[in-house]
Design a protein around this ligand. Sequence first.
Ligand SMILES: [Zn+2]
Length: 223
Amino acid sequence: MVEDCAFCVEVEEGLSFDPVLNSLGAPRLPRILGENAEFIVLPSLGPLVDDHLLIVTKKHVPNFRSAGAALRSNLLSATGQLAEKMVLRSGRTALVFENGSQLYRLGCVDHLHFHVLTLPAIIADRVLKRFSTDDLLSTAEMVAAPIRMDCDYVVLKIGIAQEWAMMTRPEIDRQLVRRLIAEEQGSPAGWNWRDAPNLDAVRLMVGELGPVVESAGFRRTTT
Ligand SMILES: [Zn+2]
C-alpha cells in the first residue's frame, strides 16, 4: 500500500478517497461493487455515462505499462468479461481505456485502473475516429509487448471483439479519452471529474450495477 495513493486507501478502507474532492467537502462513499483476488470494481466519481466503471488492481502498480505479464493478462481477461456483461445490460457499445502514464497527472490517479463503460454506437464510432493510433495490438501483444518508456501512451478498445489501439507520443493531453468522449457527447467540460464529480450518479450506479458486476465473475464485497 502507498499511503498517499487514493486507490490504495480505498482498497484498505472501502470508501472512496480523493484529497481534493474530500477537502472541498465531498463525502467518502462506499462504492466497491465487486472484487476478485486481484481487482476491485467501482463506479467512476465523474461518470461520463450511467454505467462508467473502473477496474482497479488491489496491489499498487502505477499503470499498465508497469504491470507484469500475468497481471496484464488477468486484467484484460477480467475487463473483457465485465465489458461483455455491461453490453448485454445496456445494448450499447463497450469502450475500455487507460489514460496511460502521463507527464501531467493532475486529475488522474497514478494506480493501475481501466475504465469500462458503454456508449451509443454512433458516439463510440466518433470517439474512435478522433483517436489517432500508432498501433493496433492483439490481446497477446498487449500482454507481451513492452510499451515505450520514453513516451506517454493511451490504450483504447471499442467493441468486445476489436483489437486494442495504442497511441504513444512524447506528450499527450491529460485524460485524453475522457476529453474525447465528453466532447463527442456535447459536454466538453465534463471530462474533468474533479470539476464535475457527480455523486448522485455514483450512488445510482452503486444501487444498480452490482448484479452486472457479479455476473462478470466478481464477488460482492462486504465492508
Ligand atoms: Zn495505489
